[in-house]
Design a binder for this molecule. Structure first.
Ligand code: ADP
Length: 152
């Protein structure tokens, strides 16, 4: 059976940090599904169409990386596509606290879906969408933190 991992997030915008985790995940799983969560109550900087286009552009040419969007619980989305794994990245102890809680919760409310946490590449540990959004809103240049070819 195909080993499918879902990499969920809002990708507002996708960064070199996300790109690194997905590419490394693609070497570990048969397929990685990059899933853009649609949360109608959240205010995004980039529209869903833009976020989707940036993510698609980033992984174009990678035959085992697929990009899609979903609403609702991540574990329900995983079940709907036959994915038994969730892929996430860890930058620091704050990520660890958050990710371990969500991972255990997702495991308990599903059929044992496992979360696989990959440790960030040290040179990318400071790359964070939230911080990039602030820089961008204040007219700073964030292009070096985005996957190659992404034009905001
Ligand atoms: P969300 O989109 O869910 O608000 P993020 O954009 O912060 O969250 O991250 C989605 C996932 O990508 C999380 O698992 C996060 O830890 C991981 N991630 C984000 N940036 C990096 C990075 N620089 N290195 C490793 N993992 C990262």
């Amino acid at each position: 059976m195909k080993r499918i991992a879902v990499f969920p997030g809002s990708f507002d915008p996708i960064t070199t940090g996300h790109e690194d985790i997905v590419l490394r995940g693609a070497g570990l799983f048969d397929e990685v599904v990059v899933a853009i969560g649609v949360n109608t109550t959240k205010n995004y900087l980039f529209s869903l169409e833009q976020r989707m286009a940036f993510v698609e552009q980033t992984f174009a040419g990678h035959s085992n990386i697929r990009v899609t969007q979903y609403e609702g619980l991540t574990v329900e989305f995983c079940k709907s596509i036959g994915a038994k794994y969730i892929l996430r990245g860890l930058r620091n102890s704050t990520d660890f606290e958050y990710e371990s809680t969500i991972a255990n919760m997702n495991k308990s409310i599903s059929d044992g879906i496992e979360t696989i946490l990959l440790v960030t590449a040290p040179e990318l540990s400071h790359v964070q969408s939230t911080v990039l959004r602030e820089i961008y809103k204040n007219n700073g240049d964030i292009s070096s933190f985005l996957p190659k070819g992404i034009q905001l």
